[in-house]
Ligand binder design. Structure first.
Ligand code: FPP
Length: 258
């Protein structure tokens, strides 16, 4: 019989890592982890491979990090897979990235379903190619009642557009007398964002040595702990996520207090 948990079972972590994971679980695990997955192109160039080979390897990395996040008890994992600015890339590269949701979900969806993972998305997904959107919507539909890890793909996502859209919707609702200007608070504003069903990220990871936010969740990251690593996304392994959470657990979060 086809084993739905093929990937989950196959990828065992070392005993040393298991010990570190057990220690992590004794303290607070970040509920929402967001990742800017960067460095696929450089990973490929270093090996004299086409850039799309880096994206393919990056997709494999999404599998192992999803699995580990689930095992650690992370509640939501948001992955920045394609920004509103990424359309500027060569056509072939964009086409390849747009095939990744199908490739990923085509092989991995049964395991995600089995593991109670819920797939969601943020971004202007209606503008994705029909085949990409179909794969995504199919996964969202098939996992909508799952109650485990939320695997949230940011696809054709941009924070500035999201904020501008929220402002427009708020203005409309004010003009339509659905809300009053005095009702507008940070909490209300958050409900107009694409992330309204998620808590703000507790931990943001960016790979590949770039130290910037790149139009990603700028409102939501206000009090997020940031962790940057030189590791390129395709090289990002279980131990790197464990390290990021170890660092997170040693940070003092004060949210502006003392
Ligand atoms: C940035 O690296 C990476 C991307 C724009 C694509 C990220 C996509 C994945 C990791 C796979 C997503 C998987 C699914 C299932 C949707 P870059 O190309 O900018 O790297 P560089 O800075 O080294 O050139």
């Amino acid at each position: 019989m086809f084993n739905k948990l093929m990937f989950w079972k196959k990828r065992a972590v070392s005993s040393n890592l298991q010990e570190r994971m057990a220690l992590l679980k004794q303290q607070s695990i970040p509920e929402h982890v967001a990742i800017i997955m960067d460095g696929n192109g450089r990973w490929a160039s270093k090996r004299k491979l086409p850039r799309i080979a880096g994206h393919h390897e990056g997709m494999k990395c999404v599998k192992r990090i999803t699995k580990l996040a689930d095992e650690l008890g992370v509640k939501a994992l948001t992955l920045y897979a394609f920004s509103t600015e990424n359309w500027k890339r060569p056509k072939k590269e964009v086409e390849y990235i747009m095939s990744l949701p199908e490739q990923f979900l085509g092989t991995f969806l049964p395991e995600l379903i089995e593991k109670n993972v819920r797939v969601t998305s943020i971004g202007y997904t209606k503008q994705l190619p029909p085949h990409t959107l179909k794969a995504l919507e199919d996964a969202i539909e098939k996992t909508k009642n799952n109650t485990g890890l939320i695997l949230n793909f940011a696809l054709n996502y941009g924070s500035r557009s999201e904020i501008v859209q929220a402002v427009k919707n708020i203005v409309n609702d004010c003009e339509g007398k659905k809300i009053d200007v005095d009702d507008i608070t940070p909490d209300l504003f958050s409900t107009y964002l694409m992330t309204s069903n998620l808590s703000d990220p507790d931990l943001l990871i960016r790979t590949s040595g770039e130290i910037r936010i790149s139009n990603f969740m700028m409102w939501q990251l206000a009090y997020t702990e940031l962790w940057f690593t030189d590791v390129l996304w395709p090289d990002f392994k279980e131990e790197h996520l464990v390290e990021a959470i170890e660092v997170f657990q040693n940070r003092q979060r004060r949210f502006g207090g003392v």
